[in-house]
Design a protein around this ligand. Structure first.
Ligand code: C5P
Length: 235
């Protein structure tokens, strides 16, 4: 059976809301994303409860700290049994390598597969001004490419990228690097803060491996029907 590429972002504030949503859509998505809001309010137990539903979990806390601290946070995520997690590539080579090595070491100790450590390059909310403010190359495209290559050199096997970066990164990166792509819109929902979007099918055709979908599912009047429609449109 083909893998379901939909990662539903559970961007809700409480464990109760997250579990209710998860139970509705579990059979039509490939994974659940737990971000900073939900994790901070509900704690690690929300990850255990989602895993109890038999679902993959993507822990999107975008670690960025000294290598030792990131390595220990990654090991803690492995013990929680997450299948994907994020780190900021701007943390540098040593930090990225420490994260990847820790994922493998901790997984091996527990006899499970290492989670995919995904590098976040330039946030889609950042523009040339933001990059200049922090002393980086003001071209978002060049900064994305530089950080993506750094991540792969450090051993990362996946990256988060915007829909409009997929084609350039596919040309630049070795085969097999997994691209996880937010900013997905079906065209039927109301406009919001995502400015550069593709439809689910367009993103897969451009080379995405996983699609992170938040509001088009959780803010729909019937989240399960919305997820089913998105999945059906991928075939
Ligand atoms: O609601 P929406 O589909 O826009 O949600 C997208 C999800 O992906 C959110 O959880 C958001 O934090 C995350 N994300 C993003 N853009 C990035 C990185 C992550 O929208 N560049």
């Amino acid at each position: 059976m083909k893998r379901n590429p939909i990662i539903a972002a559970l961007d809700v504030p409480t464990a109760g809301q997250a579990l209710e949503l998860a139970a509705q859509i579990a059979s039509c998505v490939g994974a659940f994303k737990v971000g900073s809001e939900l994790f901070t309010s509900a704690g690690p137990d929300i990850v255990r409860r989602l895993r109890d539903l038999g679902a993959r979990v993507f822990l999107d806390l975008k670690f960025h700290d000294i290598p030792n601290t990131v390595a220990r946070a990654v090991a803690a995520a492995v013990r929680l049994d997450v299948q994907m997690l994020t780190v900021h590539t701007s943390g540098g080579f040593e930090m990225l390598r420490a994260a990847e090595e820790s994922a493998h070491r901790a997984a091996q100790e527990l006899g499970r597969d290492a989670p995919l450590v995904l590098g976040v390059t330039v946030l889609t909310s950042a523009d040339a001004n933001t990059l200049a403010e922090i002393g980086c190359d003001p071209s978002p495209a060049r900064q994305v490419e530089r950080l993506a290559q750094l991540a792969v050199r450090a051993g990362l096997r996946g990256l988060v990228c915007s829909p409009l970066e997929i084609v350039a990164l596919r040309q630049l990166l070795p085969d097999g690097v997994q691209l996880v792509v937010p900013g997905i819109r079906t065209g039927s929902e109301s406009p919001d803060d995502q400015k550069r979007t593709l439809t689910p099918r367009e993103a897969l055709e451009a080379g995405a491996d996983w699609l992170v979908i938040g509001r088009p599912i959780y803010a729909a009047p019937d989240p399960r029907a919305a997820a089913e429609r998105i999945l059906a449109a991928l075939d």
